[in-house]
Design a protein around this ligand. Sequence first.
Ligand code: PRP
Ligand code: URA
Length: 209
Amino acid sequence: MGKLYVFDHPLIQHKLSYIRDKNTGTKEFRQLVNEVAALMAFEVTRDLPLKEVEIETPVEKATVKKLSGKKLGLVPILRAGLGMVDGIIDLIPAAKVGHVGLYRDPKTLMPVEYYVKLPSDVEERDFLVLDPMLATGGSAVEAINSLKKRGAKNIKLLCICGAPEGVKAVQDAHSDVDIYLAALDEKLNDHGYIVPGLGDAGDRLFGTK
Ligand code: PRP
Ligand code: URA
């Protein structure tokens, strides 16, 4: 089964308190989502391989460590996943960005795919799938299916708020995918919203309510 990591870092928890607050406006919400995504990515990339290289400092030659060139891909689930991209790409500018467009049918809560565009070298990349919300898990399961169908092998899922139902759905469908959350919330309500959650992530990011 894929592992579940829930970040208890004080900076993440502090920023999340503002993200959850209904009085936080769009501009601040967008900035905070990016900041939390960056802090999460810092930890998620801890196992990236390094190689030793020789450089010259202004003082003398030195052997230093650089990333060994592992190829990374970020895949935001549209729309709300877009809110996490900038924060992460600032840290990992060489990552390529693919997109999976899914929306949740409001009646059935089932994901409907409407767009997929991935880097051409899918098979060579490790992917971080991004979505602030892991509710029923339908969208994440479908996005990961979509990546695997196109050849992706190594996938991690990064979400800000997750419900136990969503975690279970991803673990059941994709036992090779580790899940990283800023918070594991209590449950889903009757409309499939995460409780206490943060509301509709897409609407709060893009001001569409
Ligand atoms: C939201 C959210 C996730 C999905 C989570 O997207 O951003 O993608 O719901 O729910 P699930 O785990 O039950 O699938 P939504 O369908 O509202 O689309 P949007 O991002 O375009 O607003
Ligand atoms: N999608 C959201 O944006 N929020 C939720 O709580 C659940 C799904």
